[in-house]
Design a protein around this ligand. Structure first.
Ligand code: UTP
Length: 291
């Protein structure tokens, strides 16, 4: 039986250059989808999946993420005094002390390097990785669905979506060995292949369940595509020893690392809100007519 997944690593040390100037001071992960920062969606998804310990891999200029998950005595006092019960509720729903840990990636050397920075926290257990800029709208959440699939197959498991053939050079892509509906067995994974060289159109999104063997490769600190230490390369390198499956989850993924994905996520999540949906639908219709 596969070991249960109780730990999650959330790398948030990237520079977020695609969102400059917004991210000059504000971490990308603090950008809101409607009224909640991206990072909080990811943490909620991890907790819903039964994760007990979360480590954020942060970097310079990211300390407001820690403040966000801290107790704010002054704010709570004011809200209480003004009988703002609903607002009090939303500023309190955070992991309890001791369930959230932080480490720093001292240089942004790539996603693989960020995950490597969490090696002491992970120790010798399988663990989840969530990239907060990939937002998945799903019930149950994407990670919870993945954990059910992982219980059947073990090994390394990545959440996957089909992409247009001309977009393979933006993502990690699976080399598919066999396809069993929502679970795909892979015999390879490659980072950002050009459309001509891509083994498939099945891309990997920012949700992973990984075995600790990944660190034996990451320890070597070998740079790959874009001169960064790539997580994809580490997954590929452990392949003969650790199986790899792609999981096609039920739900919609928004690539909030891109402007279009971020704006679309805001629209989709806002349309679902009782207090916003109707007003927005009408306003969007009007806007579309005038375009
Ligand atoms: P991205 O590739 O989206 O990079 O990283 P980025 O720096 O965040 O954004 P751009 O491309 O400059 O706009 C994917 C995830 O990996 C993390 C990011 O924080 C994000 O969650 N990451 C990336 C790190 O933690 N460290 C790194 O060195 C690189």
């Amino acid at each position: 039986m596969a070991k249960p997944i109780t730990k999650a690593v959330l790398p948030v040390a990237g520079l977020g250059t695609r969102f400059l100037p917004a991210t000059k001071v504000l971490p990308k992960e603090m950008l809101p989808i409607v009224d909640m920062p991206l990072i909080q969606y990811a943490i909620d998804e991890a907790l819903e999946a039964g994760i007990d310990s979360v480590m954020l891999v942060t970097g310079r200029g990211k300390s407001i993420i820690e403040d966000h998950f801290d107790y704010s005595h002054e704010l709570e006092q004011i809200l209480r005094r003004n009988n703002k019960e609903e607002e009090l509720e939303v500023v309190r729903g955070f992991p309890a002390a001791g369930h959230l840990a932080y480490t720093r990636q001292q240089q942004p050397l790539g996603l693989g390097h960020a995950v490597w920075c969490a090696r002491q926290f992970v120790a010798n257990e399988p663990f989840a990785v969530l990239l907060p800029d990939d937002l998945v709208k799903a019930t149950p959440g994407c990670l919870k669905q993945m954990i059910s699939a992982y219980e059947q197959v073990g090994g390394n498991l990545v959440a996957s979506v089909e992409v247009d053939p001309d977009q393979t050079n933006r993502y990690g892509i699976l080399d598919v060995a066999s396809d069993n509906g929502s679970l795909v067995e892979a015999n390879g994974i490659i980072e950002k292949p050009s459309p001509e060289d891509s083994p498939s159109t099945l891309s990997v999104i920012g949700r992973y369940i990984l075995q600790p063997e990944i660190f034996s490769y990451l320890d070597r600190q070998k740079k790959g595509a874009q001169n960064e230490i790539q997580l994809t390369d580490a997954i590929a390198a452990t392949l003969p020893d650790v199986s790899l499956h792609g999981f096609l989850f039920e739900g919609v993924r928004f690539d909030c690392g891109t402007k279009a994905g971020f704006v679309l996520a805001n629209i989709a999540f806002a349309l679902d809100r009782k207090e916003l949906g109707l007003e927005l639908k009408q306003a969007i219709r009007k806007l579309m007519v005038s375009k």
